[in-house]
Design a protein around this ligand. Structure first.
Ligand SMILES: [Zn+2]
Length: 168
């Protein structure tokens, strides 16, 4: 760890050059061992639940945490999910990480996410955290477990792009 740190310090002058690789992005090299550790983390269920889909998601999440704790960064933080509307047959969930609205169908066999094509996903978890949804499902005789409800956490918006924010 110390060895890597000193190498990074030594190379800082180079890394600070504006290496713009795309609109609003630049490239930073990290040790291969760290990238490997991130890849292992990305295969865990927790990474999926938190919305981490790539190495960049994890690195940005950690950096935002660090810079925010030092007061260097005042990012725009929003909840990942916002409840748009609950209907008898479905609920619309705004996903600020994916920057889209997701439909979760409420059928007699339980909730189903049209975006993930799955009955178990963060959108379904969020839908089940809404009282209106639980009542609707209850009326249809669908048994809803308490432990599947999921608040969704937060995203941080940097330069118009949303990243997952690890807060839990
Ligand atoms: Zn989903």
């Amino acid at each position: 760890m110390e060895k890597n740190e000193s190498r990074m310090n030594h190379r800082r002058g180079v890394d600070e050059l504006p290496a713009v690789a795309g609109r609003g992005y630049c490239t930073v090299k990290i040790p291969a061992a760290l990238a490997q550790a991130i890849d292992e983390y990305l295969r865990e269920e927790e990474a999926e639940v938190r919305g981490f889909r790539s190495r960049a998601d994890v690195v940005v999440g950690v950096l935002v945490d660090f810079l925010e704790s030092r007061g260097t960064l005042k990012p725009l933080i929003k909840p990942r999910f916002e409840h748009v509307n609950v209907y008898e047959s479905h609920v619309l969930v705004r996903d600020n990480l994916l920057n889209t609205s997701v439909e979760v169908r409420l059928s007699d066999s339980g909730p189903y996410c049209v975006y993930c094509l799955d009955g178990v996903c963060p959108h379904v978890g969020y839908a089940l955290s809404l009282d209106d949804v639980r009542e609707t499902l209850c009326r249809r005789g669908v048994v809803v477990r308490d432990d599947v409800a999921y608040g969704g956490g937060y995203v941080v918006v940097l330069d118009g792009v949303a990243y997952p924010l690890a807060t839990e």
